[in-house]
Design a protein around this ligand. Structure first.
Ligand code: GAL
Length: 417
């Protein structure tokens, strides 16, 4: 298409994104960003420099010279359409893009950001299922930052992993008359009750991290959405990480992959899908698998550490792979693996999900086979954008999905936080 294409590594998005993007905007006609990561930042002063088309693309899998080939035709056409459209409009918020949820959040936000200044402030109530959760700690601090950057008053409360506590907190927020609720439910099975409680007040709800049934969202149409990541993708990536090892997971060469699984909270769809899809990736690749035991470790490091210690003494060398539904449990597993004098990459493999700083360092050091980035920045950005759309009375999609990214020794340095 005779386009000159240059690729820019943004580095750590929070710190470098604006500067890098501004530089690009000065020299390019079109900037392709993955997910909606630029949104949620105060872009005043730079958006005017160029037409920004927030396009989802496989940024992390790009090879140096094939950027344009990696972008799907649909996304490219959409990007071109956005650029065309901006000639007639002052912002690219007019894009009717629906091909990816993240990009549609991002696309809508250009229009929204100009309105924010005139709309003034709003009060946002955020309910987190439990502060004592490593990943949700990252997520909530991002979310708080982005919402405050948007000029909103934000109150964040700790559900302490107790649905009754969270329900009381929601009632308190309703009495205070918050404008939007962001809810990370303690129990997804209580999501319908939450909606029924909130509905009479017509307060919009952005559900995050723990996906309720679609019927719940449908029951409060136009006032309720979900922002999350498709956990099937993270499970598949975990399986692929094992298939990419030297022995493809079969360290002892007996023709099958023998594993244990440390699982998160059993009611949680993330735990269910990661458990299922990590193994499905192996069997889809034609591998034989044997599960020695599935442990219920509730996302918790100490519980996983104890269970893996027991497993190692019970099953010994039979264990070739330790799958953990999240990094906190993988870090616990690693402690026990090291105590048992086993060596990751040599006589055992270990994978997690989240890309917590410590786990990414372990991947770099070879102490973990790999992890999967659970994009807290992308999800918090999308949640903040959805909140903003509700505050401004704009149209909100029912679902916003943010991609996971496979993290191996080769790319881990990009994810050191
Ligand atoms: C998952 C995450 C876990 C835990 C859980 C809470 O997405 O990977 O570490 O935070 O959410 O619901």
């Amino acid at each position: 298409k005779n386009c000159d294409v240059s690729r820019k590594e943004i580095g750590e998005p929070k710190k470098h994104l604006l500067k890098s993007t501004k530089e690009l905007l000065q020299s390019c006609e079109l900037v392709l960003l993955n997910s909606g990561v630029l949104q949620g930042y105060n872009t005043t002063g730079i958006t005017g420099a160029c037409k920004i088309a927030p396009v989802k693309m496989l940024r992390y899998e790009l090879k140096e010279n094939i950027i344009m080939k990696m972008i799907s035709r649909r996304d490219f056409l959409k990007a071109s359409a956005v650029v065309g459209a901006t000639a007639a409009m002052t912002a690219c918020g007019g894009s009717s893009s629906t091909s990816t949820a993240a990009s549609s959040v991002a696309a809508s936000s250009a229009a929204a950001s100009s309105a924010a200044a005139t709309n003034g402030s709003a009060n946002i109530g955020v309910c987190i299922y439990q502060f004592a959760d490593n990943f949700m700690t990252l997520y909530r601090s991002d979310l708080e930052e982005y919402l405050k950057d948007m000029g909103y008053a934000v109150t964040i409360v700790d559900g302490k992993n107790d649905q009754n506590t969270q329900t009381e907190q929601i009632n308190t927020f309703l009495q205070q008359g918050v404008d939007v609720l962001v809810i990370n439910p303690v129990q997804t099975t209580s999501a319908q009750t939450i909606v029924d409680t909130v509905k009479p007040s017509e307060t919009p709800i952005v559900f995050i991290n723990r996906e309720p049934d679609k019927s719940v969202l449908d029951s409060y149409a136009d006032k309720c959405c979900y922002v999350g990541a498709d956990a099937r993708q993270s499970g598949t990536y975990q399986g692929e990480l094992i298939l990419e090892t030297e022995t493809q997971g079969d360290i002892n060469g007996d023709g099958k992959i023998t594993y244990i699984m440390c699982k998160g909270d059993p009611e949680n769809i993330d735990a269910q899908y990661r458990t299922e899809y990590s193994i499905k990736a192996l069997t889809d690749a034609g591998k034989e698998v044997e599960c020695l035991y599935e442990y219920l470790d509730n996302w918790d490091q100490t519980t996983a550490q104890q269970d893996v210690a027991n497993a190692l003494s019970q099953y010994g060398d039979k264990i070739e792979v330790v799958f953990c539904n999240n990094d906190a449990m993988a870090l616990g597993a690693l402690q026990s693996i090291q105590q048992a004098n086993r060596t990751v990459g040599k006589d055992i493999y270990l994978v997690g999900v989240d890309a917590l700083a410590e786990a990414v360092q372990d991947v770099l050091d070879g102490n973990m086979t790999g992890t999967v980035l659970n994009d807290d920045v992308g999800q918090a950005t999308a949640a903040a954008e959805a909140t903003k759309l509700y505050v401004e009375g704009s149209k909100v999609e029912q679902y916003y999905w943010v991609d996971y990214v496979k993290v191996t020794k080769d790319n881990a340095s990009e994810y050191v936080k």
